[in-house]
Design a protein around this ligand. Structure first.
Ligand code: GAR
Length: 195
């Protein structure tokens, strides 16, 4: 007799430092999901545009100071309060504290706007990444979705997708192509990993 795996609903927190277009896209994708819920956005910036998006989407968003992400205790307390089971980093620019990594083993994933292991590490985020890709004369870029470990952008890779980079492409053109891939694939990978 085959056994059916019963799937338990999960609460996922999104961590975002900036505009939050990925956060919005993910929340919209899972709006009617019985399985994956997104009750909370955590940011380290009070003036990040992600808070406006959260308001519009009727999702709770909070700001925690940078210092809270050094030890992670206060962050963990908030996550426990919301019964969070997993974390998605969508444009989150601080290092995830060790405490969170051990509290959520293989339950934290990040999206990086390039093809890791190239163009990753501290300080490599958003437009800095696209600028570096262009300066290196790359003919392709893309997205990498990976588990988060102790080092920036070094956790095991779950998924990558590529786009071309033409010699005439500006930094913004590359950003647009990469965003398109992010919007298409990030929610599907989240569904695959946590659903
Ligand atoms: C995204 O392109 C994401 O891949 C990148 O920041 C952007 C956030 O955009 N993340 C990193 O660079 C992390 N190293 P968004 O705020 O509009 O979702």
């Amino acid at each position: 007799m085959s056994k059916k795996r019963i799937k338990m609903p999960k609460n996922i927190a999104i961590f975002a430092s900036g505009s939050g277009s990925n956060a919005e896209n993910i929340i919209q994708y899972f709006q009617n999901s019985d399985l994956l819920h997104f009750p909370l956005i955590v940011s380290n910036r009070a003036n990040a545009y992600v808070h406006e998006r959260a308001k519009k989407l009727n999702i709770k968003s909070i700001t925690l100071p940078k210092s809270d992400f050094e030890t992670g205790e206060a962050v963990l307390n908030v996550l426990r309060k919301y019964n969070i089971n997993a974390i998605v980093l969508a444009g989150f620019l601080l290092k995830v504290p060790e405490l969170l990594i051990s509290a959520f083993p293989d339950k934290i994933i990040n999206i990086h706007p390039a093809l890791l292991p190239k163009f990753g590490g501290k300080g490599m985020y958003g437009s800095y990444v696209h600028r570096a890709v262009k300066a290196a004369g790359e003919t392709e870029s893309g997205i990498t979705i990976h588990y988060v470990n102790r080092n920036y952008d070094e956790g095991n890779i779950i998924f990558q997708a590529k786009c071309t980079v033409e010699p005439t492409d500006t930094e913004d053109d590359i950003a647009q192509k990469v965003h398109k891939l992010e919007y298409e694939y990030f929610p599907k990978v989240i569904e695959e990993v946590f659903g």
